[in-house]
Design a protein around this ligand. Sequence first.
Ligand code: DAH
Length: 361
Amino acid sequence: MNAKTNDLAALEADLSARIASASDEAALDAVRVDALGKQGAISALMKTLGAMSPDERQAMGPKLNGLKDRVGEAIVAKRAALAEAALEARLASEMVDVSLPARPVRVGAIHPVSQVQEELARIFGEMGFALEEGPDIETDFNNFTALNFPPKHPAREMHDTFFLKPDEKGERKVLRTHTSPVQVRTMLKQKPPIRMICMGRTYRKDSDATHTPMFHQIEGLVIDEKTTMADLKGTLMAFIKAYFEVDDVDVRFRPHHFPFTEPSAEMDVRCDRSGGQVRIGQGDDWLEILGCGMVHPNVLKNCGVDPEKYQGYAFGMGVDRLAILKYGMPDLRDFFGSDARWLKHYGFSPYLTAGLAGGIA
Ligand code: DAH
């Protein structure tokens, strides 16, 4: 009896040691099979109960059952401890330090036109201009008539207009030839004072290295009770300085004709063309940048603004051309060629905001 008890104690000590030292699930399972499996040591001892005398069985039964339960529980506890340790190890090895700086992946680029539009919106936004919008398909009235183009006037054809088929009422829409119709839309919906810009696509039948049938313009309009050519000049000079990031700029106004402004002018900026590059702000040359003028009283009338009380100025220029002048792409047609290599070369990182070093003066 004692010998058997000693045997049981030795068996339990051995099993406990093996359970404690099992380093993984497989080793632990091997112990389980050796102890409690069909051929296991404890199972074999349980089988001997049947051949015992009732007294013996009464003595051994509870001992064996106790052993079986304790070993079973020890295995369950060890299994849980191993699972916990495995999870801890995995968490430690897979830990991600979210405070590390991100590694930028440059998968796309901002098109120069979008970049320049951002810059323009920012410069004029800082000067208090609101951003307006209008559709690409315009009425003849907004694109021409309200802007004081006389009916049948050759100026309508001068714009190399894309006309759409007339509708049932005989109205012939156009692909807007300039962003100036957004002036009309703004004045019709909003009372002065007005201070707005609009940027967008414009269309003319034209195609060579400096012209594409679709291109982009920016338009500006200011209407108030006291607005002068001097305000126009000051605003445009501030714009040129900010956009080209130069401290000094010299401009000149050449008389011109636009139906919607009186007087009208084209503005040139002093530049240097030596070395095949255009440098704005210095030199002996002039670069035509934009058209502008004081809004024609007829335009104000056409848009429901009293020309006795209000005047204003307007200006318009090509966004693509502004991009070329600042960032130096040789051919405008490539802008719209959808060549990913071109975009990779001339595009801008999406991680940078409109990169203006100087801000506005
Ligand atoms: N709409 C003109 C064009 O496309 C540009 C222009 C000139 C706009 C003078 C203006 C302006 O607002 O006042 O050629």
